[in-house]
Design a protein around this ligand. Structure first.
Ligand SMILES: Nc1ncnc2c1ncn2[C@@H]1O[C@H](COP(=O)(O)OP(=O)(O)OP(=O)(O)O)[C@@H](O)[C@H]1O
Ligand SMILES: [Mg+2]
Length: 290
């Protein structure tokens, strides 16, 4: 497995961060079953000397880049939302007035109804975009991550049953008390469970949620046996409005990622097309423990 392949043929050197084509790889190195690609012998030597510290630095570098990227996207979305909100309110308001004045049976009444419904859908998207920008304001409370997971699964009990989805949990034995925004963390997990349900159409249908503590982090791993995500799409899934649904809107994972980021954590994804998808949330304990 080569996790540093970005696009089909793009490679990122984990030492210097340089991006290059696979064919331009100078040398490779294997560490814990993963192949790493380097642009020079010097980078490989640096890596081989201390792979763990290089990988930690690389994870930090990626975290900062991802945070900057979603902050820029967030600002853009906020501006777009504010530009759209007022005209949308006028369109909705005037259309409703015309609708109310049209006599029953008027053929235009149906068109007006369609406009009203579409405006309501757009207003809902704008509302979500504005919410996205206020997500950084956390209302922290003492909680433990297992309770959030268990309560969220409970809220999906009926839906999971209706869809014949089996749920397995393997949770931390003595979870530490952490200071998190429970409501927001719940939204983050809700969005992941919703996506997993939407992705599982064929048996086996298994949703597995694991939590554990390792290396100064709480990790929550959620895997499903759904349709998976194509390789060329996976890098877009956290972007606002990226969706494979007809009426997306494609904001679920954007919310989830922002919520995890404002708690100081990261979320990553691995997927096997036709077999399933795994999301890993990593929350740094030092920022959460009271
Ligand atoms: N567990 C999963 N399995 C397969 N594909 C997934 C999974 N999670 C996300 N995706 C893909 O990522 C896309 C984006 O997900 P996201 O939750 O952001 O938006 P959405 O589910 O399309 O719409 P919304 O959540 O706003 O209702 C999905 O449309 C789907 O293509
Ligand atoms: Mg979703």
């Amino acid at each position: 497995m080569a996790i540093f392949k970005k696009h089909e043929s793009k490679i990122i050197d984990p030492v210097c961060g340089m991006t290059f084509e696979e064919k331009d790889t100078v040398v490779t190195s294997s560490y814990k079953g993963t192949t790493y690609y380097f642009c020079s012998e010097k980078c490989k030597a640096d890596f081989d000397r201390n792979p763990e510290s290089i990988l930690t630095m690389k994870a930090e570098r990626e975290k900062i880049m991802e945070e900057e990227r979603s902050e820029t996207l967030g600002k853009m979305m906020n501006e777009v939302a504010h530009e759209i909100r007022n005209p949308l309110t006028s369109i909705g308001g005037f259309t409703r007035k015309i609708y109310d004045k049209l006599p029953e049976g008027d053929p235009n009444k149906n068109y007006m109804k369609m406009v009203i419904e579409e405006v309501a859908r757009l207003e809902n998207i704008v509302k979500q975009l504005v919410e996205l920008t206020t997500i950084g304001v956390l209302h922290r409370e003492s909680s433990n991550i297992n309770d959030v997971i268990i309560e969220t699964i409970k809220s999906f009990e009926q839906e999971l049953k209706n869809n014949n989805i089996e749920v397995k949990t393997e949770l931390i034995d003595n979870p530490p008390v952490v200071s998190i925004d429970k409501d927001k963390m719940t939204i983050a997990i809700v969005n992941l469970i919703k996506n997993a349900i939407e992705a599982m159409h064929k048996t086996p249908k298994l949703l597995k949620i694991t939590s554990y503590i390792g290396n100064g982090h709480i990790e929550v791993i959620m895997s499903d046996t759904g349709k998976g995500i194509p390789k060329d799409k996976i890098k877009y899934i956290f972007d606002p409005f990226f969706t494979s649904k007809i009426y997306g809107p494609g904001l679920g994972l954007t919310f989830t990622q922002r919520i995890i980021q404002v708690h100081g954590g990261t979320i990553s994804v691995e997927s096997d097309l036709g077999k399933g998808t795994t999301f890993t949330i990593r929350l740094p304990l030092k920022e959460l423990v009271l």
